[in-house]
Design a binder for this molecule. Sequence first.
Ligand code: NDP
Length: 448
Amino acid sequence: MDQRDTLEALQQQVVQRNPAEPEFHQAVAEVLDSLSPVIARHPEYKDAKLLERICEPERQIIFRVPWVDDSGTVQINRGFRVEFNSALGPYKGGLRFHPSVNLGVVKFLGFEQIFKNSLSGMPIGGGKGGSDFDPKGRSDNEIMRFCQSFMSELYRHIGEYTDVPAGDIGVGAREIGFLFGQYKRLTNRYESGVLTGKGLGWGGARVRKEATGYGAVYFVHEMLAARGDDLAGKEIVVSGSGNVAIYAIEKAQQMGGKVVACSDSGGFVYDPSGINVALLRQIKEEERGRISEYPDRRQNGADYVTDSSIWDVHCKVALPCATQNELTEKDAQTLIRNGVLAVAEGANMPCTPAAMKLFREAGTLFGPAKAANAGGVATSALEMQQNASRDSWSFGYSEQRLKDIMIEIHRSCFETAEEYGRPGDYVFGANTTGFCRVADAMLAFGVI
Ligand code: NDP
């Protein structure tokens, strides 16, 4: 069997062994698609069945999460933690609370996380978790009771040297607070390094909140710079209006770009004079409101649109920062027709495989999630570093560390792509670099 046949057989095996998990199949296919030149160059990976091993999580935990809502009714949700790969360090990856969460979604996210964390250059393995709990419309007390119940099972599986969860969709500083409080109570340990994304007053790190969005914009800046270009004066569209989107918008504007649209699951806002980040933060972060409120409060002719795609808005840079598979083949066609120069994935796997293919064929600069949004987890590793040394760094120093990490991620993807004769192919560069570091560590450990 040649490399391609081997990889195809493995893909089929993954589909058979993990039925009804399309997001996981998609994430595996995207990585395997890059790896035939790597396997050809490193037959030792094939002999040691490294690919087969990497596609199989080390551990998968599924548990019941019972809790009582404000009306006194018992509610039952399902909790997940997939501890995918610990070759490079403790499992590390966020928790997602959203009704769409199921085992396949958590496995796709955990699988991606292995390579992203490797690419970040930090000593962290890959994992992910979450629940099908929907925090929307729930009171603070309901969120607290849910988080306490979730942690009452999760605590026995995690630890600063074992598995270190963080936030993701639906899990921000409020939820991390409730989760950390319950962990501390159950274990009687103030183990700061067990969770990241903590509040600044109790072990959190400066720039963690901003890191994913800022990092994605640094990555775009590096891609453009490699072509002698920059963000100054460019129109930018950012989907989502959550943690990643808000700070991508802030940094893009600081770097001279003009962000003209952002969205939530109800629709998008088009603001031709540029999104007002302070107002957006007030609505989304402080009031936990909807972006449909933005135009009335902005009072400058901004529109709230529900009958077309945010990707119909003309832009030179597109940053999908909401959720998986939100940018389709049709959206990619529109963006390319409208002259998009660069696309970077702030969210995890936001572009469908067909959309990604179109961007790569059109020569659009394309920064895949593993590389472009790795700033978040990298800064989580910096939070662990500060916790381990009982230290707290300044905003300026932390941001400089993030920037250096993003420059280094860009450099390693760029150079790997060149080395294999695929110049400018950041998807190939990210998959190959991320994979080889994990594979080399696994080889060193023998068959475990
Ligand atoms: P948030 O919960 O803060 O925000 C999510 C945003 O995406 C909201 O605006 C939400 O709108 C929108 N959204 C969610 N689901 C859908 C959907 N099905 N269709 C359209 N819009 C949707 O999450 P984050 O900003 O933290 O995460 C966004 C993405 O970035 C995710 O893919 C996550 O995995 C990824 N990521 C996050 C990191 C982090 O540090 N937070 C790190 C690396 C990746 P609404 O309010 O209407 O639901």
